[in-house]
Design a protein around this ligand. Structure first.
Ligand code: Y43
Ligand code: MG
Length: 199
């Protein structure tokens, strides 16, 4: 395997249209990058997520943004529920519909779990850093837990209020965001990416 390519330059495009994610990524990479911008701010189109894995979708989003000329970082993530055969998985955003209604998406997850003993779930986060020439460096992180009902807590985004990480009594929705950043799937992926490309 060849040596990883490292991040150079001072501007990084966060290739996401999700404000919750853009905020978390800027917080996690703050110490290593001088200036952030985002695909939303630059008015870049939202590519269709045609991949069949988190990694394929992260690479497609990162390459699409980097084609505009700056290094770009994409995150493709989601909630995997084994008792639902892995759903919503790569469809986690799509389950919330065009209105991004996560109260509805969480209700759909809960409806599928009624009567099932296995309430385990895990979040996955694939991160892909892309160069304008098409090169990518990609990692994948995970965080395991249990799904609670009803949802709890005002913090975070997406499915956070129903996700109770293993070994903790607060959902990601109840937890201080700083605490979530220490243990989340995104934190796990960022530890790997920073090690490989940023330090
Ligand atoms: O920490 C998280 N806490 C709660 N929910 C989460 C988290 N991480 C991902 N999720 C769920 C909701 C999100 O909408 C979907 C990702 O879908 P995903 O396509 O990767 O992102 P997106 O469409 O929201 O934004 P974009 O593609 O522009 O980056 O999974
Ligand atoms: Mg998306």
């Amino acid at each position: 395997m060849s040596a990883p390519r490292r991040f150079t330059g001072d501007t990084l495009v966060i290739a996401s249209h999700n404000k919750g994610k853009v905020r978390e990524i800027a917080e996690l990479l703050g110490p290593y990058v001088a200036t952030f911008t985002s695909a939303g701010e630059l008015g870049l189109p939202e590519p269709e997520e045609t991949g069949t894995s988190f990694i394929a979708n992260a690479e497609l989003k990162a390459r699409a943004a980097a084609a505009a000329g700056h290094m770009a970082l994409a995150d493709d993530s989601g909630l995997v529920v084994p008792a639902l055969n892995g759903d919503p998985g790569i469809y986690s955003a799509r389950w919330a519909g065009p209105a991004k209604d996560f109260a509805m998406a969480m209700q759909k997850v809960e409806d599928g779990l009624v009567g099932k003993a296995d309430r385990s779930a895990y979040f996955v986060c694939a991160l892909s850093l892309a160069w304008p020439d098409g090169h990518v460096e990609t990692v994948e992180g995970r965080c395991t837990g249990t799904l609670v009902w009803p949802p709890r807590g005002p913090h975070g985004f997406g499915y956070d209020p129903m996700f109770l990480p293993d070994g903790h009594g607060l959902t990601f929705g109840e937890m201080d965001p700083v605490k979530k950043h220490e243990m989340s799937h995104r934190a796990d992926a960022f530890r790997q990416l920073v090690e490989r490309c940023f330090r």
